[in-house]
Design a protein. Structure first.
Length: 158
């Protein structure tokens, strides 16, 4: 049996600090789920998490695009996007053809969600899965640094 936890790889140019970034993602996912996560470092634009269906052997695949600046910027963006991966893995965030579901309940129609433009950015940020990911941006990098300083990084490696 393979080791539980996220299977992390990079696509495109390997970013600076890639070992730390991969270690952060593995730490955030923990051992409950084993999603396959392909990271793509980008210079600008917002981050994005793409989910690819229900893959074989209960391992789900995700592509995570994150803005790669200095290390703290990268951890900030990755925390946000990996929180979305966890929401999918836990079944908190899901979608049908017509609705986006939050904790199993229809929250917004896909149509209304797609129509949220720049003018409704505040509404977008207030969506519960976005608010939760925003919170992760703030808390997770700090928790990770504390965990590394406690000398437990070797448990995960990268
Ligand atoms: Zn988000």
């Amino acid at each position: 049996m393979s080791k539980p936890g996220a299977i992390v790889r990079f696509t495109g140019k390997l970013p600076e600090n890639s070992d730390v970034l991969a270690g952060f993602v593995r730490w955030m996912v923990g051992t409950e789920f084993s999603p396959k996560i392909t990271l793509k470092a980008r210079k600008r634009f917002t981050g994005h998490t793409f989910k690819f269906g229900h893959a074989v052997k209960r391992t789900r695949s995700y592509a995570v695009h994150f803005v790669h600046g200095d290390l703290s910027d990268s951890l900030h963006y990755l925390a946000h996007e990996v929180q979305h991966v966890l929401q999918y893995e836990r079944g908190h965030l899901a979608n049908t053809r017509t609705h986006i579901l939050w904790h199993g309940e229809p929250y917004i129609t896909v149509e209304a969600y797609k129509a949220l433009g720049v003018a409704e950015f505040a509404t977008y940020l207030a969506l519960p899965w976005e608010a939760e990911a925003k919170q992760a941006e703030v808390t997770k990098p700090h928790e990770f640094v504390r965990w590394v300083k406690a000398g437990r990084r070797s448990e995960f490696g990268s």
